[in-house]
Design a protein around this ligand. Structure first.
Ligand code: A2P
Length: 420
């Protein structure tokens, strides 16, 4: 029997609940499932975290990059962290305490218990997407405005982009920043604070939305941007629930103001070389970044600065519930190859985006074989597995190994997911 190791100072990894926008990126990035969440907070399990830092870079806000020195036998529990509205103050340690033990990462707790070897070799990230942008992506501005200094934007438009008599109320909301700098790139997101408090009396967290307009503005050379927001009226189980943030945004009127933080996102960015190809795969409001990228290419086409190919797979219940259906269908066929997957249309059999990827296998493979092609997937979480499976089939039908192609796409920053 080994003697117990005396308590010592550890560096505990924590998430700042004030800044966190609950985007789930850290939970997805953690290779050892140390990060979890409840309806209030995202938290780190000190018994599992190995301080590998895989979650640090992908976090859009920096909320993830917080560390506290604590005694190993008094590390913050999950229950404590779930209840926080802000991080606890840093603890003071006497010189003697500090001198008696070196500061160790939190994972040393697990080693004390003998249930982790601390060896990170062979731990692969579970994320299917790349953690770097394509080589030619423009450099993004990040976190110019935080929860401590949000910027006020004015609503200059709020238009429904699905048919009025359908269940899906999806809005195109245009925000103007006036003279305040808010530089963005296609694929980035912002977050908005809904006013008011939740059932427990806490102010609502900021909610994240992808930007639907290109870098030079919804209206070219205006300091504005657009969002695609769906009014949430049910929870995941179909029970009636009014989403606080989405209903607030969908009800905004012209000249209302909103509190914005961001911009966020340093990897889901489009290539800037003129002959790059984009395969865009989305469902519903996941079309926002695809609209931004498509419009960027359309504007560049006018000055012969875009020579690539665009292929879009877009899933919606029906044509009438597909946001931006009219403007999308009026884009020239030789500019963008549009594939609509309708799941509840009376006129056509049920289709998901992954079905259409299979149907267009030959053309998808032609694009995949080019190192100039980047793939973007945005929308429902459930489609992630389906899309990967479809791409695997396409690749293997053409005599290649998905593992090899996938690795190349990831290491070259050419495959990106944003799902929710
Ligand atoms: P479904 O009719 O089965 O719900 P929503 O309107 O809810 O935002 O969904 C957008 C589209 O995504 C709908 O056509 C929906 O089909 C479809 N969808 C739902 N689950 C998946 C999935 N796992 N993979 C791909 N598409 C999906």
């Amino acid at each position: 029997m080994t003697a117990p190791i005396p308590a010592h100072i550890i560096k505990q990894h924590l998430i700042d609940p004030e800044i966190c926008i609950r985007c789930n990126t850290c939970e997805e990035a953690c290779p050892v499932d140390a990060i979890t969440h409840d309806s209030n907070n995202y938290v780190v399990n000190v018994d599992i975290c190995q301080s590998c830092q895989a979650c640090i870079m992908p976090c859009p806000t920096g909320a993830i990059d917080n560390w506290r020195q604590v005694m190993s036998d008094r590390a913050y529990t999950l229950e404590e962290q779930f209840g926080w509205n802000e991080l606890p103050d840093a603890q003071e340690f006497s010189e003697a305490q500090a001198a008696s033990a070196a500061t160790l990462p939190a994972s040393s707790l697990a080693s004390v218990d003998g249930d982790a070897d601390g060896d990170l070799d062979g731990v692969a990230s579970t994320s299917a997407g790349a953690s770097i942008p394509p080589w030619s992506a423009a450099h993004p501005y990040l976190n110019l405005y935080t929860h401590k200094n949000p910027v006020k934007a004015t609503v200059v438009g709020n238009y429904r982009v699905t048919d009025d008599d359908t269940e899906s109320d999806i809005r195109h909301i245009v925000l103007d920043f006036g003279d305040q700098p808010f530089p963005v790139l296609e694929g980035q997101s912002i977050a908005i604070f809904p006013p008011g408090v939740d059932g427990a009396g806490r102010p609502y967290h900021a909610r994240q939305y992808s930007i639907a307009s290109p870098r030079d503005g919804e209206r070219p050379s205006y300091n504005n941007l657009s969002l695609t927001v769906k009014r949430v009226t049910t929870d995941y189980d179909g029970k009636p629930v009014l989403g606080a943030a989405s209903n607030y945004l969908c009800d905004l009127k012209k000249n209302d103001t909103v509190q914005v933080i961001g911009p966020f996102g340093s990897t889901f960015l489009m290539p800037d070389h003129e002959d790059a190809n984009l395969i865009m795969i989305c469902t519903g409001t996941g079309s926002a970044p695809m609209r931004a990228m498509t419009e960027r290419c359309r504007r560049r086409l006018k000055t012969q600065a875009f020579k690539g190919r665009l292929m879009l797979f877009f899933g919606a219940r029906t044509e009438r519930e597909l946001p931006y259906f009219g403007p999308l269908m009026s884009l020239p066929k030789d500019f963008i190859d549009i594939n609509l997957a309708l799941s509840r249309s009376a006129a056509t059999p049920k289709r998901y985006v992954q079905d259409l990827i299979r149907e267009r296998a030959g053309d998808v493979m032609t694009l995949l074989e080019s190192s100039k092609t980047c793939i973007y997937v945005c929308g429902l979480k459930g489609m992630e597995v389906g899309v990967i499976d479809a791409l695997r089939e396409v690749v293997s039908q053409h005599g290649k190994q998905w593992a090899d192609v996938h690795e190349e796409l990831r290491t070259q920053g050419r495959l990106h997911f944003e799902t929710y």
